[in-house]
Design a protein around this ligand. Structure first.
Ligand code: XMP
Length: 490
């Protein structure tokens, strides 16, 4: 059947619509709950996810976001061991009891201990004999002024005899009291036979108080997701990520409504059943339900919506983001599966609109790329600080991947030429003004959402979705929505 004009639907996006205010009994923004689900088994206090882009999410971003109540998705454009290390840093950053703390043998040197401390960004290391009995504890303070790096740890550590420890089964209250009374930072937990059972740190206890909304697993560790592809080493990558207890795998390809993506989701489900699998990206109800049928625990929605995307321009394909969310969320709701609205969020109000349209969370790329926690240095240009962001399908990202995969086997110039000849980029690279800590950007996004919900009379995200009334805006309406008829000072 050929196309006819009558069949054209209108695709809408954030700037095309507004939410109509509703009667509200909410007295304060604080009375609103932003609790939501990232995936079937992962709940969060705020609906914010950081994008699996190499200029957005590695461990630093994932830790910051999980502490605030969201979650980060570590990108997949790095060797398996490096991605696993990033996930591991998040999982190790805090916990009720660290069950497998970093340890060293007593005959290792101060130099090695300093290296381990630096690499894992920890304050100290439990020293164990080969049979895992505790020998002592060495802290950063014990060794950071040591000039002879070849000295054995056994000579500088606090030996077990002088160490405050607790037996397995100690309650959190008892542990806290031991840490407080003895003014210590680390409390090794011992089995009856003297082997190490775990470690409790005062830092973790303080963090729990400082970040009550944090997204955590049953062991009190921060949650983190990680992206995988659908080709090459994806299954090996997935297995390695699971070994360090990644909380969700995100099967992420540009066209998620494809046999490749569906088969990958099925395969992961079959082989690694216990982990939540998120799949995408799609932009239609059929794409969403096909991924759910394959076993997806959440579906990521957005084709060409990202700020660094040129997919729609280059390929002529895509769906404006609000329509994509409505269509996908309606299909997902039938199975009670959350939808992640990925890309295109430029203002806090877009978060309210996307959730009202049916999404459970929003994934943020460029808005976070300018923050301190995103990977990469800041760049100074004419006195202004910037950070770099780029589409994962941009020419620059493709070149970097090719150079990395060649492991120095070919010259960079040759590889650049190869990529330029072969590739049709669907993303761009650009500078984004430096914004400081991600916490401030999240505060603005969630603050806007809370106010938006209160304007809609909604105490929860479910109420927001049930009562949402959108109206379409004219060009004049959009103009009126922005600051107008004044000279902006900044
Ligand atoms: P924002 O608007 O938050 O969007 O920067 C982030 C999302 O953009 C997607 N992405 C791409 N899409 N070409 C595309 O068409 C690309 O090169 C590209 N890189 C990232 C991705 O879904 C991300 O989460």
């Amino acid at each position: 059947m050929r196309v006819s004009h009558q069949e054209f639907r209108t695709g809408l996006t954030y700037d095309d619509v507004l939410l109509v205010p509703k009667y509200s009994e909410i007295k304060s923004r604080k009375d609103v709950s932003t609790t939501t689900k990232f995936s079937r088994n992962i709940s969060m206090s705020i609906p914010i996810v950081s994008a699996n882009m190499d200029t957005v999410t590695e461990s630093s971003m994932a830790i910051a976001l999980a502490r605030l109540g969201g979650i980060g998705v570590i990108h997949r454009f790095l060797p398996v061991a490096d991605q696993v290390a990033e996930v591991s840093k998040v999982k190790r950053s805090e916990g009720i009891v660290i069950e497998d703390p970093i340890t060293l043998l007593p005959d290792r040197t101060v130099g090695e201990a300093l290296e381990v401390i630096r690499k894992h960004d920890i304050g100290g290391i439990v020293v164990l004999y080969a049979d895992r009995r505790v020998a002592g504890l060495v802290t950063r303070r014990d060794i950071h002024l040591e000039e002879d790096l070849s000295v054995k740890i056994s000579e500088v550590m606090t030996p077990l005899g002088n160490l405050i420890t607790a037996q397995k089964g100690v309650t959190m209250e008892q542990a806290k009291e031991l840490l407080r009374k003895n003014k210590i930072e680390k409390l090794p937990i011992l089995e009856r036979d003297g082997r190490l059972a775990g470690l409790i740190t005062s830092k973790d206890i303080v963090k729990r108080r400082q970040f009550p909304m944090a997204t955590k697993d049953a062991k009190g560790r921060l949650r983190v997701a990680a992206a995988i592809g659908v080709k090459g080493d994806y299954m090996h990558r997935a297995e390695k990520l699971l070994e360090v207890d990644v909380d969700a795998l995100v099967v992420d390809i540009a066209h998620g409504h494809s046999a490749n993506a569906i088969d990958t989701v099925k395969e992961i489900r079959r082989r690694l059943g216990q982990v939540d699998v998120v799949a995408g990206n799609v932009a239609t109800s059929r794409g969403t339900s096909d991924l759910i049928k394959a076993g997806a625990d959440a579906v990521k929605v957005g084709v060409g919506s990202g700020s660094i995307c040129i997919t729609r321009i280059v390929t002529g394909v895509g769906v404006p983001q609000l329509t994509a969310i409505i269509d996908s969320a309606n299909a997902a709701a039938e199975n009670d599966i959350p939808v992640i609205a990925d890309g295109g969020v430029r203002n806090p109000g877009d978060v309210t609109k996307s959730l009202a349209a049916g999404a459970s969370t929003v994934m943020i790329g460029s808005l976070f790329a300018g923050t301190e926690e995103s990977p990469g240095p800041t760049i100074l240009r004419e006195g202004v600080r910037y950070k770099l962001t780029r589409g994962m399908a941009s020419l620059e990202a493709s070149i970097d991947r090719k150079v990395r995969d060649s492991n120095g086997a070919s010259s960079k110039n040759g590889l650049v030429e190869e990529v330029v000849e072969e590739s049709v980029p669907e993303g761009v690279e650009g500078l984004i003004p430096y914004k400081g800590k991600v916490e401030e950007v999240v505060r603005q996004l969630v603050g806007g959402l809370r106010s938006g919900m209160s304007y809609c009379g909604a105490k929860t995200i479910t109420e927001l979705q049930r009562g949402a009334e959108f109206l379409r805006m004219s060009e004049a309406g959009l103009k009126e929505s922005r600051p107008h008829d004044i000279e902006k000072v900044v």
